[in-house]
Design a protein around this ligand. Structure first.
Ligand code: 2AM
Length: 183
């Protein structure tokens, strides 16, 4: 199954971002907007993982969560990866978030999952561009967004069901969650 490791903003941060992006979502209906109930910060994308590797991964992620403390984070402004991905930036305890992302990647590598070597760029994906989309005005429209600070208290292993959501978007299913209990 297709898996990734993530942390998620709490309902109040989701509600705040949802209302802050409402007008811009309505103004740009050609973009494929992600759904607020599926918003997450990907720490490591693992691709297709077999059952045996998943069992080992679950044990290692549980240990990683036990070693890392809760993190104070906020969502601020916007940016883009080319004209493909529109995102909001993660600020706050980003060093700890990077540490947790590295631990998730190590956990996966140790059980034989080939994790992409891309540098980790903390973000929450808001929309994906269709061909020829110009994301620059959307980034500008969201530049002033400054979300509340919240605490990420859990690490999640999430399954992605490709094309199973409304409008052929992916649907995400949380398989395991562990509290961040390190100090
Ligand atoms: P994102 O983090 O930029 O939103 C499930 O597909 C999640 O894993 C998405 O949030 C997605 O992008 C992230 N992801 C990272 N690398 C990916 C890849 N190579 N293919 C698909 N999704 C990827």
């Amino acid at each position: 199954m297709r898996l990734f490791v993530a942390v998620t903003p709490p309902p109040e941060a989701v509600a705040e971002l949802s209302s802050a992006t409402e007008a811009v979502r309505a103004a740009h209906p050609r973009l494929r907007w992600t759904r607020p109930d599926q918003w997450h910060l990907t720490l490591a994308f693992l691709g297709t993982v077999g059952d045996e590797a998943r069992a080992g991964l679950v044990n290692r992620l549980a240990r990683a969560a036990a070693l890392h403390p809760p993190m104070r984070l906020a969502l601020t402004g916007a940016g883009r990866f080319g004209d493909r991905v529109l995102w909001t930036r993660v600020t706050g305890d980003v060093a700890a978030l990077r540490g947790l992302a590295a631990a998730a990647r190590v956990a996966a590598t140790r059980v034989g999952i080939a994790v992409e070597e891309r540098p980790y760029r903390p973000h929450l994906t808001l929309a994906r561009g269709r061909d020829g989309a110009d994301l620059r005005p959307v980034v500008d429209a969201l530049a002033g967004f400054a979300g509340c600070t919240w605490t990420a208290t859990q690490l999640h292993l999430v399954r992605s069901h490709l094309g199973a959501g409304p409008d052929r978007t992916s649907r995400y299913e949380t398989l395991n969650s562990w509290p961040l209990t390190g100090s």
